[in-house]
Write a protein that binds this ligand. Structure first.
Ligand code: DQA
Length: 154
């Protein structure tokens, strides 16, 4: 079951999994030409003046992502937007880290994982996410954040 979204989200964590540090260079026909800094900069900018702070973190290491998720729990982060990249399809540990928190999250994928290899069709996170966005390129991150910011106004 997805966690309920609080109306008082003051801070959002954007988490990026392995190889997303290479966005812009890595398979641009699938993942586009923008760098991770471009995307993070846009998200941070979008939140200016909304009363919501955005922090971004990328790691190629499963344990570091789990440590960051646990830290979000201690820091009172209100919402997580996560592209777990390849760990989507393998990581029970990242699922458990998110399931153990009361922080709701949206799962984002740049590519449409359902039109790709069959091993990408399985996600360990989707059934506990508020929602998933995939196949809309890097705009998926913006749409996820827009959802969180809109919720704050309802
Ligand atoms: C991805 C899709 C994953 O299957 C892949 O391993 C990635 C990126 C995406 O954003 O489309 O690294 O999460």
């Amino acid at each position: 079951m997805a966690k309920p979204i609080s109306e008082n989200v003051h801070s959002v964590l954007i988490l990026h999994g392995p190889n997303l540090n290479l966005l812009g260079q890595r398979e641009p026909s699938i993942y586009g030409s923008e760098s991770l800094d471009d995307i993070n900069g846009r998200l941070t900018e979008a939140a200016v003046g909304t009363g919501v702070s955005v922090s971004c973190f990328q790691s190629n290491h499963e344990g570091e992502l789990i440590d960051r998720i646990q830290k979000a729990g201690r820091d009172g982060v209100g919402f997580i937007v996560i592209n777990p990249a390849a760990y989507t399809h393998t990581s029970v540990a990242i699922r458990d880290a998110l399931a153990g928190l009361s922080i709701p999250f949206i799962e984002v994928h740049i590519s449409n994982i359902h039109t790709r290899e069959s091993f990408r069709h399985k996600s360990y996170l989707s059934d506990i996410a508020v929602g998933t966005i995939c196949g809309l390129g890097s705009r998926g991150y913006d749409l996820a954040l827009a959802y969180v910011l809109l919720r704050g106004k309802e």
